[in-house]
Design a protein around this ligand. Structure first.
Ligand code: NAP
Length: 290
């Protein structure tokens, strides 16, 4: 049986590692904040004392941390003890250029990288129904896919290293505009005295519907900003997307506007709130709460 490692047990990683355990795989976990390993230990995970200890024992290392520099830090530490030919599967959303660079470094050392960002949110992670965009070699994809299946409904190889992140950027561009559309629609509806539940139900099934309206809409209506996909993570992704777009000479006026609007939440120290809190930014521009 191949030994799996999982690093980064945040909102997404903890749920994904849980699915790997439930599917019967042998999983060794490590998290920077040690207390977060407890629920996984209860589910049968082995707990590594450090990244080197984890790397020394694992054939495949799954990573779900935050930014490019966090992934690089984790990989560098693991490299000190990694077995020859270790396959790193990075589920964090990072810049496509950083994924390519990391892939080249790992290839040169006889290791492998599959950049494999995820979409589907914490609800998708809970249900084991994420979509995974993979960038890398066909052989590496085939090595990782049986494990990725434990927490995904779709996993697709979309091109060489860096392509998974590029597909994720395209996804984030599309999603952020639907979050804005949800926010504008519901702030308008509330000001107009409409019932928000009815609005989400009726509009959600038609041309105005979106995943954001159906999933974030009810949370926005209840002002529930508890973590799911955070403002800080959304902003990180939009910076990566805007950088990648500049590289290709693509104009993203809508994406740039959402990035600017969300900056006001970050400036208020609300980076940990769910990105659906964009609703309150639009409400603020509309004279505040009714
Ligand atoms: P999260 O809850 O903030 O968890 C981040 C995890 O990364 C934590 O375990 C954190 O450790 C660890 N970490 C961060 N920097 C680290 C470092 N330098 N060294 C070691 N560990 C480090 O984030 P999340 O929501 O699970 O998201 C994880 C990734 O998935 C992000 O790239 C995000 O953009 C992406 N993503 C998230 C969602 C979503 O809906 N949440 C959806 C799709 C993609 P500590 O516990 O010590 O802080």
């Amino acid at each position: 049986m191949l030994q799996l490692g999982f690093v980064g047990l945040g909102v997404m990683g903890a749920l994904m590692a849980g699915h790997l355990l439930r599917a019967g795989h042998s999983v060794r976990v490590w998290n920077r904040t040690a207390s977060k390993v407890k629920p996984l230990k209860k589910q049968g995970a082995q707990v590594a004392a450090g990244l080197r200890g984890l790397a020394a024992e694992c054939d495949l290392i799954f990573i779900c941390v935050t930014r490019a520099e966090d992934v690089e830090q984790v990989v560098e530490e693991a490299l000190a003890a990694a077995r020859p030919g270790t396959l790193f599967v990075d589920h964090s959303t990072i810049a496509p250029s950083a994924a390519k660079r990391l892939g080249e470094r790992l290839n040169s050392l006889g290791h492998r990288l599959l950049d494999a960002p995820i979409t589907g949110g914490s609800v998708g992670a809970q249900k084991g129904a994420l979509t995974v965009f993979c960038g890398g070699g066909q052989d590496d994809f085939e090595r990782a896919e049986p494990f990725i299946k434990a927490y995904s409904k779709v996993a697709r190889l979309v091109g060489p290293q860096g392509s998974g992140q590029m597909m994720k950027m395209a996804n984030q561009i599309a999603v952020c505009i639907t979050v804005l559309s949800m926010a504008e629609c519901l702030v308008f509806a509330r000001k107009a005295g409409l019932d928000l539940k009815e609005c989400i139900e009726l509009i959600g099934g038609g041309a105005g519907g979106s995943w954001s309206l159906s999933n974030y809409g009810p949370r926005a209506a209840a002002r529930d900003w508890s973590p799911g996909f955070s403002v800080a993570n959304q902003q990180k992704d939009l910076v990566y997307a805007l950088e990648a777009a500049r590289e290709f000479g693509v104009a993203l006026p809508g994406t740039a506007m959402v990035h600017q609007l969300l900056a006001s939440l970050e400036n208020e120290g609300r980076g940990g709130d769910a990105s659906a809190a964009l609703f309150e930014v639009i409400e603020g521009l509309s004279g505040g709460r009714p």
